[in-house]
Design a protein around this ligand. Structure first.
Ligand code: FAD
Ligand code: NAI
Length: 462
């Protein structure tokens, strides 16, 4: 029986980061992974492949829509779907192999197979039982199912099937206007599919700033996506090559049917802990099936921790990574820390959408006095030159203290711009601190500074 200070179950962004940090802190560490490659959902069937397809399809969109105006003439590229898939796969491979390299570098044993925990202090993989002073469960999440909708990953697909379709469909129906639906819906729309998004609520991307929601939906419509809002999908009927999507409009209960070549079901994800038999171990689950943990990521059983998508909180790779580092610090006897108030969210469409901290709605609910500083990318020289003037930066700051409470950006490189606000928030900065910081010209980041200026005496270029 081999014995370890720490065995991590699952090698997604939570698990692999936890394993690396544990090893760096001098703990003898192993990581169990049931897939053939390391990196979890994120590297294999999530963040990385979706971003490769978003990048490739965005390049096509630029060539089709903006090249001629810049004096770049010639035929737009055509889509070689097989090659685009190969590009996506090579992106996955370099990333998953990168984790394998980091494991070797940090002397982390990869225990191949599905792990289970027969009792505290023991992890079973295949026929082997390993001893572990500490166990970290980082088993992630899977697509949630929808009643009446049977997924075959060919015609009716989750994000996993949508990333590897045999061809670009003519008609795609997306169920759910959340992050997955809009990112992958954008990919196929740019590649030539007719994409219709059916959403239960009256606004896309629930929980987001309403002004951003409206602007975002308008921009996506302009790009060719169609939306049916306030519609509850009842069921799908699929043959080998086609499907029908039955939905009911909430406003009048009227029933409708859509035809599709492919239906993407993107109505959320749920925690994954098959193989583990947590209840017989005495580990409590929340009502939503997540593993219940303390502030130090400890489950009800001493020495067993849980992090990432399998626990509460936003299902985001960077949230899982931060928890991975923090739980390793706790196990090593140090102080692990995650600031849940400053976890950015990014949607990698074009333009990107990013947010951090409070929204106006959460501030109103909490009865907090706040001010809003807003700046349009139309006033940003770099954005105008790059056909990216549509969109804005909105900063929310405390009315009395001027402390930054949140930010919402829709526009070019929003996913990168948000981080200067994150750093400012970590340091407890005021909007004025941001506004007084010199920003290079011409950059998109000047729009963030202008929004900070708008919280005070006003922006310059508006
Ligand atoms: P996971 O990445 O799910 O990894 C868990 C791993 O554990 C898996 O490899 C699984 O095989 C393994 N496992 C499970 N049980 C066992 C067991 N018993 N034994 C051995 N191994 C086991 N987030 C972002 O922040 N940015 C994005 O751009 C983004 N894009 C996404 C796009 C898509 C299409 C999807 C589906 C998700 C996306 N996400 C994104 C979410 C992100 O992938 C997850 O939040 C993240 O992967 C969670 O990390 P994790 O370590 O908790 O779990
Ligand atoms: P989501 O929770 O973002 O959106 C699901 C949408 O489906 C909601 O708008 C909901 O109202 C709608 N819906 C639910 N039932 C419905 C029905 N019967 N009919 C019509 N609409 C219905 O879930 P999604 O997009 O599946 O993403 C899952 C998770 O993956 C997210 O929590 C996200 O954090 C993560 N993710 C993150 C990405 C990023 O950070 N860029 C990219 C992709 C996924």
């Amino acid at each position: 029986m081999s014995s370890y200070d720490v065995i991590v179950i699952g090698s997604g962004p939570g698990g692999y980061v936890a394993a690396i940090r544990c090893a760096q802190l001098g703990l003898k560490t192993a990581c169990v992974e049931g897939r053939d490659t390391l990196g979890g959902t994120c590297l294999n069937v999530g963040c990385i492949p979706s971003k490769a397809l978003l990048h490739a399809s965005h390049m096509l969109h630029e060539a089709e829509h903006n090249f001629a105006e810049m004096g770049l003439k010639g035929k737009s590229p055509s889509v070689d779907w097989k090659q685009m898939q190969a590009y996506k796969q090579s992106t996955i491979d370099t990333n998953t192999k990168g984790i394998e390299f980091l494991f070797k570098k940090n002397k982390i044993d990869w225990l191949k197979g599905w792990g289970s925990v027969p009792e505290a202090g023991r992890v079973k993989v295949g026929d082997d039982v390993h001893e572990a002073k500490n166990i970290i469960i980082a088993t992630g999440s899977e697509a949630a199912s929808l009643p009446g909708v049977e997924v075959d990953e060919k015609v009716v697909v989750t994000s996993t099937g949508a990333l590897e379709l045999g061809k670009v469909p003519k008609k795609m129906v997306v169920i759910g206007a959340g992050v997955i639906g809009l990112e992958l819906g954008s990919v196929y729309s740019r590649l030539g599919a007719e994409v219709t998004v059916v959403e239960f609520l009256d606004a896309i991307t629930p929980g987001m700033d309403p002004e951003v929601q409206k602007t975002f939906q308008r921009m996506l419509k302009k790009q060719g996506l169609e939306f049916i809002m306030g519609a509850a999908v009842q069921k799908t009927e699929a043959s080998k090559t086609k499907a029908k999507v039955h939905y009911k409009l909430r406003k009048d209960d009227s029933e409708h049917v859509l035809d599709a070549d492919v239906v993407l079901v993107a109505t959320g994800r749920k925690p994954y802990h098959d193989h583990l038999d947590l209840e017989s171990l005495g580990i409590r689950l929340t009502k939503r099936g997540q593993i219940a943990i303390t502030k130090e990521w400890q489950t009800d059983v001493k020495g067993i921790y849980a992090i990432g998508d399998v626990t509460e909180g936003p299902m985001l790779a960077h949230k899982a990574e931060d928890e991975g580092m923090a739980v390793a610090e706790v196990i090593a006897g140090k102080h692990g820390h995650v600031n849940y108030g400053v976890i950015p969210g990014v949607i990698y469409t074009h333009p990107e959408v990013a947010n951090v901290g409070e929204t106006e709605e959460t501030l109103k609910e909490a009865g907090r006095a706040y001010k809003v500083g807003k700046f349009s990318f139309m006033g940003n020289a770099r954005a105008k030159a790059n056909f990216a003037g549509d969109g804005f930066v909105k900063i929310l700051a405390d009315k009395e203290t001027d402390r930054i409470l949140g930010a919402h950006i829709i526009g070019p490189s929003a996913g990168d711009l948000i981080h200067e606000v994150c750093v400012a928030m970590e340091f407890g900065a005021s909007a004025q601190d941001l506004a007084m910081t010199c920003h290079a010209h011409p950059t998109y980041s000047e729009a963030v500074r202008e929004a900070a200026l708008a919280c005070g005496d006003g922006p310059i270029h508006m």
